[in-house]
Every structure is written in C-alpha cells, then in structure tokens.
Write a protein that binds this ligand. Structure first.
Ligand code: ARG
Ligand code: ZN
Length: 853
C-alpha cells in the first residue's frame, strides 16, 4: 500500500540497534522558548548487532549545542532527522555520550515532544516524539533506566519513576525499570493534586495523585475511584501488581489522543479523566473509567513487556483494549459492554477494513506510524485476542498469559512471541490463526441450513475480500459460537463453538425433535460479517427469545436494518414485526434498562450507508436521513401509549450516582424522551432540561430538542451557564453541528468557527466542531459538496500546526468509494486539493495518498 513511497519503513528491514543503552541521565532547564536538555547516555557496542557500525541517534527540530564522548568533544554529523558519529570515533567498550540541545516548547503546536498547554509543560513521546526532545535511539527495543533532573520555578515538577530529591527550583526522579523512550514523560506546572493511596497485594504502599489545574480539583474523585478499581482488578484477574511507590496522573487540555501510559506518570487528555455529575455525562463517566483502566493496565502490557518495533503495536494495544473491555464488563454489564464494543467496531473498524485505508492488525509497512493508531490495531487487535481466548478456553488463556509475563518481562516482544506462549501452553499450531494478524479485511461468513431426518446441518463458508496490497488471502480460523432454539423458544443446543478453518464446512446436529432456530455468532464470537437471508419472523423470534443477549440485540438490529433498507430503497412502510418486537423490548421490565436503550437506538446513517453499499446499492444520504427519521416517528407513534409511564419509571430517585444501573435508567429515559419529543413538540424534554440536576439529563434533553428543530432558548441557557468551561463548551459546539439539518450544517460550522472561543489549535475543540461535521452523515454528504470543501479547508489549515490530528480526521473521506459518481468526484477533488498543498505533513500526505490510490 505504501510500496512506492521512498519514506516507507518495513517490518522486513528490522535490525537490532548497534549499541546497548544501559542508563540515561537527563537534565532539563525549562524555558518556554529556550529549554536546554542535557543528556548522558551510557552506551556499549551491542554484541548481537553487526560490529563496526556508526552510531546513529534520532533527532528532529533540535539545536545541537555540544556533543562529547567520555568528556572529549566529538564531531557529529547532523541532518534533518538525526545525528551520526562515525564508527572511527567510537570506543569499542562502554562509553558515555553527552549532548546538549535547545528546544522551544512554546511554539510546539504538534503536541508531540515537549510542549506547553495553558502554561504547563508536558510531553507526548509515543510513538516518535522523544526525538524532538534530545538526540536518542528513539525505538522501543532500546530500553534504559532513566534519571531525570528538572530545573524550573514552577511548583510541581514530575517525571517517571520514584522521586529522589527536590529543592527550590529543582526536582529529581529515578525510574528503576528499564524503558523505551516513548514511555518518557515530564510535567511542570502550577498543579493541584487529588491524592489517594493503594496497598498492593505484595504489600507495597503506593501514593496516587491526579494532578489538575487549579479549579478542577472537584472533578477527580471518579478517576481516583477508577484507578483503585483498576489496580485491584489487575491483581485479582491477571495477578499483576503495581511496581513503583508512586503513580501520577496529569490532566492536560491540549492533547492529540485520549491518554498515554508513560511509566508511573500517565498523561491524560483532561476530557478523559475529569468528571463530575454536573459536567460529565454517564458516557463520559464510563469512558473515563475505561481509559484510566486502559492506561493503568499498560503498566504490564506495554511497559514491563513492550514492543520490539512499531509494527508490533497491537501486541500492547490489542491486549490492553481487550483487558479494559473485560474490566468494564466485570464492573458494569458484560451484555451491554459487548453490544457497545461491537457497535464501535462496526462503525469504525469495519468501515476502515472495507475501504482504502484497510491494513493488517500487524501492518508490514508504514510511512508515519502515528497513522496506525487505528481501530484495526486497537479494536480488531482486541477481537483477535477474544477469539484466541474462546478457542483455547479460559483456563489455558490464563496459563498462557502467566507464561507471557514470566517469559517476556523486561523485554521488547513480537506477535510471534505472543503466539508462541499460546502454542507452548496448549500444543496448538497457530500458524493459520496468525493470518488474523497479517491479513487485512473483514471476512464474510455465509450460512446455509439444512434439515432432514432429525439432523440439522449448518454449512458455513468464508470469503476474505481483497484489500489494498493484498489481493488473495487464505481461509481464517473463525470461532463461530452457535446455539439452537426449538420453536417454543427453549434452548435445545446450548452455545457451542464451531471452528471454521476451511473455505466451506458443514456441522451436523443430531437427535433433534423439530427443526431448530439457529442463533449464530453468539456474543459476536468473531469480527466477521454474517451473510444470511433470514425471514423477518425469525429475526423477531430471536429478538423475543434468544438466550444470548448479544444475539437478541443483534436480531432487533438486523430487523431494523432490513426494514430501513426497504424504506430507503422501495419506499416501504415500517413492518409490524419490527414495531411490535421493539415495543416488547421497550416495556419488558425483566430486561436491563441499558440493554433496552441500546435495542431502541436505530442503526446510524453511516451504518445504513455501509449496509446498502454492501448489498449492491448506491446509498443516497438524503434518503437515508429521511427514512431513519420516518422510522423514529413511526416507532414513537407505535410506543406512544407506554412512553409516559416508561419515562416516569426511569427517573432515578435520590442524589446522582454514576453507577451502571442508574446510568442505564437515564439512558432509557432519554430514549423515551426522544420518542415523546416527536409527539409533543418537545414539551417533556423541555421540562426534563429544566429539572435536570446532572449533565446526562440536561445535555441529553438539549440534544433531543435540537434534533426536532427546537431548543434555541435551552441552547442559549446552556452556553450562558458553561461559558468558562472548556470541556462542557465542547459539547455545546458539537451538539449544534451534530443535530443541524443537512442543508444547514455547513453554515452552522462556519458560524461556530468564527467565534472567538473556537480555539482550533485545541484538538478537543477542533474535533467538537470539525469532527462533528463529518459525523453528521447527511450533512457531510450534502449534494452541494460544501461540507467536503469545508473539511478540506480545515484539514489543510490544521496540518500546518498539528499533522497528527489533521491526519486522523482525514479518515472522514475514507468511505468515498461507497457513494455516487458526483459525490465520489467531489470527495476525490477535496483529497486532491489537500494533496496539492505545499509542505503537507508526512502524516496527512500518507493518508491522503492511500485514500486516492
Ligand atoms: N499508547 C496510547 C494509548 O493507547 C496512545 C498514544 C498514542 N499517541 C500517538 N500520538 N500516537 O493508550
Ligand atoms: Zn493503549
């Protein structure tokens, strides 16, 4: 896919580093425009590498002041990407390389390396940001012990590891655990701590802190609760304890991603850690909990065992996502969590896997590694581990993980190492399974059934579609969890895992009294597309009776998609099967409220566009928009009699608690209010907005009002109340764009971006407006092409300051092949205009190039 680009880095070219690096001493003299960084690297020739090599250090945007070996100045050849010391100057035994450089954190808007956010110094080094701090072998297989001295007048000075000394204007930190440079972190600022304490199962007393800007202290309690829960969970479930005396988390307003697992000093986007009932929704609370857990879990899966090279990124990310999903399921509801995860997987990963940006979970080439922090590496990477666990069973999974930690602790490992622990534990040959890591694309599994003489035969066939650079691929190992129900709804064959390993295979079930109804791919046991024509009555039957909660939800979802597709393509009316089936779920008090809320959420517009495209249609965004709203209205009428009672029953008594049960009730109440608004012009939603004592309900009812074209007064009220609050104001921006009609959305975005508080260099604010534009399907794809052009303009503008965020947001265009020729031409035109921009970043040019290929 990146075959012709001279900047391409390839897995096949991996070589060990020429030298071993044992210890690093860094001294920072912080200054906004002239920070000095002194580095002492304790190096020795690497016996495992080819002898006699030059010493090459990575470095970008650094001003070299001095360079010496064992105290003697030495001539270094400096170029745009690093520094070289000729082999002739290098000692044959251990030596110390000292450098001093100057950098300017204040002008760093890329938010990579050392930068400033609201007067605070902070760092982001993954994947290759450390080279913007000092000359260094900036690669994950070079692991060293770091000692850091920070000199600054700012009151709080933090780095990795344990504090070893501090005085007026300085602090020193020592990290006893060898680590790659991408896990380095430094923070300096006027910060306040929300403290906590945890005693590990090994008896270590750990001091915990969440550091925030003055004024945010009241939004830390939830994050601290989540951190302690994560520490306890990793001990209980994986037997992994924390390994330093202190664990610090810092909230930063300007951050490209969610958070970063730097050793002992996690740095978070403030959106991913701050939460209070008045400012955060239930979804925010759940996300904070999951991200805190994710970053904490990295301490073992990522930090103690890291990646040999960036092609192995899924080794730490897939596993850590899998672990955070398990954690959230344990703390909340496995059924609901699985549905949410699959919704996300389909919306982002299937979309990626089916378009021009498709790549393997372990890619074998890249131009800019930041472009591979994707749903495929993260979420599909987690799915692959879920399949492995299902195939080997829980007990062997646990044994394999113990072996993984024993064998690879302190190492930089590969996917081959990971698979070998499973092979050694179970005796299984995983060479075919490995295709999940090396081959891109979502397999399609088609199903045919046969019933004769009391034998039910299920035939499964898989096809693996071509993806960029991978025309032909082999059959995958696909675990298909199946259960059979008899016609009165009793389960006659409980969940069984069928292993599909060939292109086509049949599985027989004998001794059945009557033809069963099959529930296939229970729990979404593999990240595949199930292709099957099922009569509406059978879907309705499973929606009513399936004992597997995921497939019960899935049956309703599939039914809704079938109905919507017919409404869009043939102008059909919504079917009674769907309306009655959803009504039963809506009012079934035996079901979890959160599950009911999910079942009543209609398939999204982008999802419908993908579904129609897969079925051979050219999706019309305007028709999808109209049909989805028509179905919502039809459902509102159908449910009308029960809605007031449902809305009342879902009011949570007492003071606010963010727990999953209360959150589920609020979610279902908002679904009811959304339907009611279609019938009463928003009267009840308006009342709910006024009465709300928490952000979930005030923001939720505001969104409902805007969605029906009401709510101007509430919008103004919300703005007045929250004008000083960056995170809440992001919601205010986003909801206006998200709910704008297709005709109006470009104007809404233009108005919002002209406001003084549209700080486009802040990634959260940029995403709130420009990200919401591409999230508004019918608006983004409006036939005028205005939104395409608007997005292109903003990507070009942002790229000059922040390539990473610009590049990530360019994926809005990845779905261009789905649409009609006019839209395709406009989207490609927008991409070509971006491509023609002088000085385009490596990040954005790689992405745009792949989309245009
Ligand atoms: N390792 C971080 C996480 O997933 C993500 C940071 C990636 N940042 C980046 N600029 N690529 O927890
Ligand atoms: Zn991660």
């Amino acid at each position: 896919m990146t075959a012709d680009d001279p900047r391409t880095v390839r897995l096949a070219d991996y070589q060990p580093y020429s030298h071993l690096l044992d210890r690093v001493e860094l001294t920072f003299h912080l200054h906004p425009t002239a920070t000095r960084v002194q580095a002492r690297l304790h190096l020795a020739p690497n016996p495992a590498a080819r002898a006699g090599q030059d010493l090459r250090l990575d470095g970008e945007d650094l001003r070299l002041i001095s360079c010496a070996i064992d105290g003697q100045a030495v001539a270094a050849a400096v170029d745009a990407t690093g520094l070289t010391l000729a082999a002739a100057h290098l000692p044959q035994a251990a030596f110390v390389l000292e450098t001093e450089v100057e950098i300017a954190p204040e002008g760093n808007f890329a938010l990579e390396g050392l930068y400033m956010s609201n007067g605070m110094y902070c760092t982001q080094c993954e994947a290759q940001g450390f080279r913007k701090i000092t000359y260094y072998p900036d690669r994950p297989d070079v692991m060293a012990r770091f000692r850091v001295r920070i000199e600054s007048d700012l009151p709080v000075l933090l780095s990795n590891g344990n504090p070893v000394g501090q005085g007026a204007g300085w602090a020193e930190w020592d990290d006893p655990w060898p680590k790659p440079s991408y896990l380095f972190a430094l923070v300096a600022g006027d910060l306040r701590a929300h403290p906590g304490q945890f005693t590990t199962m090994e008896g270590r007393d750990v001091g915990l802190n969440i550091w925030v800007r003055p004024g945010d202290e009241g939004r830390c309690a939830w994050g601290m609760t989540a951190l302690k829960a994560s520490m306890a969970w990793d001990e209980r479930v994986y037997g992994r304890a924390y390994d330093l005396d202190i664990f610090n988390i810092v909230a930063v307003d300007d951050f490209n991603m969610g958070a970063m697992e730097n050793k002992g000093l996690n740095i978070f986007n403030s959106k991913a850690v701050l939460a209070s009932s008045d400012t955060a929704t239930d979804d925010d609370f759940a996300r904070v909990e999951a991200i805190i857990a994710h970053e904490y879990f990295h301490n073992w899966t990522g930090n103690r065992i890291t990646c040999r090279d960036w092609f192995q990124l899924c080794l730490k990310e897939g596993l850590t996502v899998f672990r955070d999903q398990q954690f959230s399921g344990d703390l909340r509801s496995h059924a609901v969590k699985r549905i949410e995860d699959v919704l996300m997987l389909r919306a982002r990963q299937f979309r990626e896997d089916g378009g021009p940006l498709a790549h393997a979970v372990r890619p074998d080439s890249f131009v800019e590694i930041n472009n591979f922090y994707t749903a495929t590496v993260y979420e599909k990477g987690a799915e692959v581990i879920g399949m492995l666990k299902r195939l080997v069973g829980d007990a062997d999974y646990a044994r394999a993980l113990d072996l993984y930690f024993d064998r690879h602790d302190g190492q930089a490992a590969t996917i081959e190492d990971w698979l070998r622990v499973f092979e050694d534990t179970t005796g299984r040959d995983l060479s075919q399974f490995k295709r999940w890591y090396t081959e891109a694309g979502t397999p399609v599994v088609s199903v045919t059934e046969d019933w004769a003489d009391g034998v039910y035969t299920l035939t499964l066939a898989q096809t693996n579609p071509a993806t960029p650079g991978q025309a032909v691929k082999g059959a995958k190992v696909i675990p298909v969890a199946v259960g059979l129900l008899n016609p009165n709804g009793d389960e006659v064959v409980p969940t069984t895992v069928l292993e599909l390993t060939e292109a086509k295979q049949s599985f027989e079930f004998k001794g059945l009294a009557s033809r069963p109804v099959a529930s296939i791919l229970r729990g979404f046991s593999a990240p595949v597309i199930l292709e099957r024509t099922v009569p509406a009555s059978e879907r309705a039957f499973l929606l009513a009776h399936d004992t597997d909660s995921f497939n019960r939800w899935e049956a309703g979802r599939a039914l809704a998609k079938d109905v919507l597709a017919r409404m869009i393509v043939d102008g059909a009316a919504p079917s009674a099967d769907l309306l009655d089936g959803l009504a039963r779920v809506a009012f079934d008090d035996a079901l979890e409220p959160a599950f009911r809320a999910l079942a009543l959420r209609l398939p999204g517009e982008d999802d419908m566009a993908a579904t129609l495209y897969a079925a051979g249609h050219v999706p019309d965004p305007a028709a999808i928009y109209r049909a989805r709203r028509a179905l919502h209205l039809a459902l509102a009428h159908h449910l009308a009699a029960g809605l007031p009672g449902l809305e009342l029953a879902c009011r949570v008594p007492g003071s606010f608690s963010p727990d999953a049960k209360a959150a589920g009730l609020r979610a279902l109440r908002l679904v009811a209010l959304g339907f009611l608004a279609r019938l009463d012009g928003g009267a009840q939603a308006r009342a709910a907005y006024r009465a709300a004592d928490n952000m979930t309900e005030s923001f939720g009812s505001l969104a409902i009002l805007l969605d029906i074209g009401e709510g101007r007064a509430e919008l103004a009220d919300f703005a007045a109340k929250w004008q000083g609050d960056r995170l809440v104001l992001d919601k205010w921006f986003a909801v206006q764009v998200g709910t704008a009609t297709p005709e109006r959305v470009a104007d809404v975005v233009r108005d919002l971006t002209q406001r003084a508080d549209f700080d486009w260099k802040n990634p959260n604010r940029f995403r709130a407006v420009i990200g919401a534009l591409s999230g508004n399907h019918a608006g983004f794809h409006h036939a005028s092409g205005e939104s395409y052009a608007l997005l292109a303009d903003w990507l070009i503008k942002l790229d000059a300051k922040n390539p990473q965020t610009a590049s990530r947001m360019s994926t809005a265009f990845e779905s261009w092949p789905r649409y009609d020729v006019d839209r395709q031409a406009m989207m490609r035109g927008a991409l070509q205009r971006i491509m023609a921009t002088p000085g385009l970043s490596r990040d954005l040019s790689e992405m745009v190039g792949r989309m245009l290929a």
